[in-house]
Design a protein. Structure first.
Lengths: 445, 159
C-alpha cells in the first residue's frame, strides 16, 4: 500500500516520540495542524512551521511529565520550544494502560461494572451507566427498567457530574496557583462523595448501577442528605465566583489561552465542555435524550471564545444546572422497584436465599456463570462530565462480552492539546492541560 | 436495504452500513458530505473465535472488522460503518484526511489489533511501549501470557 505499511511489515516500527521540526516533512506536520480544516500538504508547508534552513534550526524538545504534578496523572507531553514559545506538542500516553478492554472480555456482564467503573475514576457512575445501558439494549430490556431505577440513575449521574466538576475547580485552581481553591473544591466534592458512600457503600468505583437497574434502594434519610447538598453547595459556588471568576489575575491567566475553533473541535471529535466552549450547542442529555432527561428542564451552557476561561465557566455553571436537575428529580422520583424483576438477570432477594434452596442455586448461578446475552452489537453513548462516553459491545451470545470497547471522552479530547498549545507559552501549557480536564485512567484504559 | 449502494442493516434500532474495503473511503466521504461531520469513535473487533456472525447478503465475514461511529450534529443522528478486513492483508486506508480526529483512534486500532492504516501520518503504537511484541486485543493473544517479572524464569533484557 504505502510506505508506512511496508515499513511496519518489515518489522521496523517507528518511534512514538516527537521529532524536531527540522526532520519533518509537510505530511508529518499535518498530523498536528490537520484539524485546521482539511489542509493539503502544500498548504501545511506554507504555515511557516517548517524551518527555512533545517540544518541551522535551533529548537529544543523537552519532556513534560509523565511525573509532572500538573499533568493530572501520567500524561507525558513532548514540547518543541523556541525560547518560551511552544511550537509543537505531542501527547504521549499509555503509561496507565492496564488492558481493561481485554479484561472486560473475560468478565461476565454482571462483573463488568467493576471493570468499567475504574476507567474514568472521577465519574464512575457514568461509566457504569453507559455499560449497563449497552447491556440492556443487547438484552432488549432497555424499555422495561423500573421508573424508580431510572430516576435513581439520573440522580446519581447528576451528583457525579457535580463531584467531577468540583474536582475540576480544585485542580484547575491548583494548577494556576489558587491553592485555597484546591482545598475548597476537594471539600465540596467530599460532601458529595459522602452521600455516595451512604448510598453505594463506597466513595468511588461503586459498581452500583448494574444491568437491570441499580444494586440497592436509596438508604433512609437520603432526601435530607441531598437537600443538604443542594443548600450548601450554591453559596460556595458564589464564593468561587468571588475568588476566581471576577478576579483579574485569574482572568488574565485563562482568557485567550488555549483557544480552539468550532471547526477544529468538530474535526477532532472533541465533545463535552470543549465542544461547547466553541459555541456548539451539543449536549447528549438534550439532543439525544436518555433516561428521563427529556422530562427535566435545564440549560445547555455554551461559550463563545473556545478558550480556557470558557471551559472553566461552562463547568462552573454546569454544576448549577445539575443542582437544578437534582431538585426536579427529588420532586419526581417515584417509589417502587429499584431493579427489573426478570429472573434471568436479577438475583433473588437476600431474604429468599435463607428459605429456598432454588433461590440459593439461582443466586449462585447468576454470580458465578452470569447471564447470557443475545448475539449482536450495539453502541450506546451518554454525556459524561467530560463529554460523550460511549460503550460498544459485540456479543457472541455467551455470558461475557465478545468485545468491549469504551469510547473515552478524555482520549479524544486530549488530542486537542497540540492545537490549543500552538504558539502559546510554556507557562500556559499547564492552564491548557488543566482546562481539558483529562482523566488518564480513561485515556489509557 | 442499502445506502450509497452499500448494504444497510439494523442492529437493535441502530443503522449500520457494510461497505467493502474498496467502497470504504467513498462511503465515509458520502456520509461526511451528508452532515455526518464528527467521527466519534473508531475501533475494531477480532472475530477469530466467532466467525459465524450475522452479516447482510454479499458481505463475506473476515477475521477483523473495523467499526466507525459517525455523528451528525445537525440531524442528531448516528450511523455506524463496519468494514471487513482480512487477516492476510490487514490494511485499510486512513480517514485522517476527512476526520483528523481519527488519527489517535487509528493508532489505537493499529496498536491493539495490528491493522495498518495506509497513508496515516504517524502510525505508531499509542498505548503499548514502542518495543512491544504483538497486538494485545487479538483473540490469539492470551491474557496472562506476559512473563511475570521477578520470577526465576523471566528472560533478562538485552543490553
Amino acid at each position: 500500500m504505502t510506505d508506512i505499511v511496508s515499513t511496519i511489515r518489515d518489522g521496523n516500527e517507528p518511534a512514538q516520540g516527537l521529532k524536531p521540526r527540522s526532520e519533518l516533512t509537510a505530511r508529518e506536520l499535518l498530523r498536528e495542524v490537520g484539524a485546521v480544516l482539511r489542509m493539503s500538504e502544500a498548504e501545511a508547508a506554507k504555515l511557516g512551521d517548517l524551518p527555512v534552513d533545517p540544518s541551522e534550526d535551533q529548537t529544543m524538545i523537552i519532556n513534560m511529565g509523565p511525573q509532572h504534578p500538573s499533568t493530572h496523572g501520567v500524561l507525558r507531553l513532548m514540547l518543541e520550544l523556541q525560547g518560551e514559545t511552544v511550537l509543537r506538542c505531542k501527547p504521549i500516553i499509555g503509561y496507565l494502560h492496564t488492558g481493561m478492554e481485554k479484561t472486560g472480555e473475560n468478565l461476565t456482564y454482571m462483573q463488568g461494572g467493576t471493570n468499567v467503573t475504574r476507567m474514568d475514576y472521577l465519574s464512575p457512575l457514568n461509566n457504569e451507566l453507559v455499560f449497563s445501558m449497552a447491556t440492556e439494549k443487547l438484552l432488549g430490556i432497555d424499555g422495561d427498567i423500573p421508573e424508580r431505577a431510572v430516576w435513581m440513575r439520573m440522580l446519581l449521574s447528576e451528583l457525579n457530574r457535580m463531584s467531577s466538576h468540583l474536582l475540576f475547580m480544585a485542580t484547575n485552581g491548583m494548577d494556576l496557583g489558587a491553592v485555597s481553591m484546591m482545598i475548597y473544591g476537594w471539600r465540596e466534592r467530599e460532601d458529595v462523595l459522602r452521600f455516595f458512600q451512604k448510598v453505594t457503600g463506597l466513595r468511588m468505583n461503586h459498581n452500583f448501577i448494574r444491568p437491570g437497574g441499580v444494586a440497592a434502594d436509596l438508604p433512609e434519610g437520603w432526601r435530607d442528605d441531598v437537600l443538604h447538598l443542594l443548600d450548601s453547595i450554591p453559596p460556595r459556588l458564589e464564593e468561587y465566583d468571588i475568588l476566581m471568576t471576577g478576579q483579574p489575575i485569574w482572568r488574565d491567566r485563562l482568557q485567550g489561552v488555549g483557544v480552539i475553533t468550532q471547526a477544529e473541535a468538530m474535526a477532532l471529535g472533541a465533545t463535552g465542555p470543549i465542544l461547547r466552549s466553541t459555541g456548539v450547542e451539543w449536549d447528549l442529555r438534550r439532543d439525544q435524550p436518555y433516561l428521563h432527561y427529556d422530562e427535566v428542564e435545564f440549560d445547555v451552557i455554551v461559550g463563545s471564545y473556545g478558550d480556557a476561561f470558557d471551559r472553566y465557566a461552562i463547568r462552573l455553571n454546569e454544576i448549577r444546572e445539575s443542582i437544578k436537575i437534582v431538585r426536579q428529580i427529588l420532586d419526581r422520583i417515584p417509589s417502587g422497584d429499584y431493579r427489573i424483576q426478570n429472573k434471568k438477570i436479577t438475583p433473588p432477594p437476600r431474604a429468599r436465599i435463607d428459605e429456598s434452596m432454588e433461590a440459593l442455586i439461582h443466586h449462585f448461578k447468576i454470580f458465578t456463570e452470569g447471564f447470557k446475552v443475545p448475539e449482536g452489537e450495539v453502541y450506546v453513548a451518554i454525556e459524561s462530565p467530560r463529554g460523550e462516553i460511549g460503550c460498544y459491545i459485540a456479543s457472541d451470545g455467551s455470558a461475557t462480552p465478545y468485545r468491549l470497547h469504551v469510547r473515552a471522552p478524555s482520549f479524544v479530547n486530549i488530542q486537542c492539546l497540540p492545537h490549543m498549545m500552538r504558539g502559546g507559552l510554556v507557562a500556559d501549557a499547564v492552564a491548557v492541560i488543566s482546562s481539558v480536564d483529562p482523566v488518564l485512567g480513561e485515556v489509557d484504559r | 436495504m442499502s445506502l450509497y449502494g452499500v448494504p444497510l442493516s439494523d442492529s437493535r434500532g441502530q443503522r449500520v452500513l457494510h461497505p467493502t474495503r474498496a467502497q470504504y473511503v467513498a462511503t465515509v466521504k458520502a456520509l461526511l458530505d451528508d452532515t455526518f461531520v464528527m467521527c466519534i469513535d473508531l475501533t475494531a473487533v477480532d472475530f477469530l473465535t466467532h466467525p459465524g456472525r450475522e452479516l447482510p447478503e454479499g458481505i463475506a465475514a473476515e477475521r477483523f472488522e473495523v467499526v466507525v461511529n459517525l455523528l451528525s450534529l445537525e440531524r442528531r443522528e448516528r450511523i455506524r460503518v463496519r468494514v471487513q478486513v482480512p487477516e492476510s492483508d490487514a490494511t485499510l486506508p486512513t480517514l485522517f484526511d476527512m476526520y483528523p480526529g481519527s488519527e489517535a483512534m487509528e493508532r489505537e486500532v493499529y496498536d491493539m489489533f495490528g491493522i495498518a492504516f495506509g497513508n496515516h501520518p504517524d502510525l505508531t503504537r499509542i498505548l503499548m511501549p514502542e518495543d512491544w511484541d504483538g497486538h494485545p486485543l487479538r483473540k490469539d493473544y492470551d491474557q496472562g501470557r506476559i512473563p511475570v517479572q521477578f520470577s526465576a524464569d523471566f528472560p533478562a533484557r538485552e543490553g
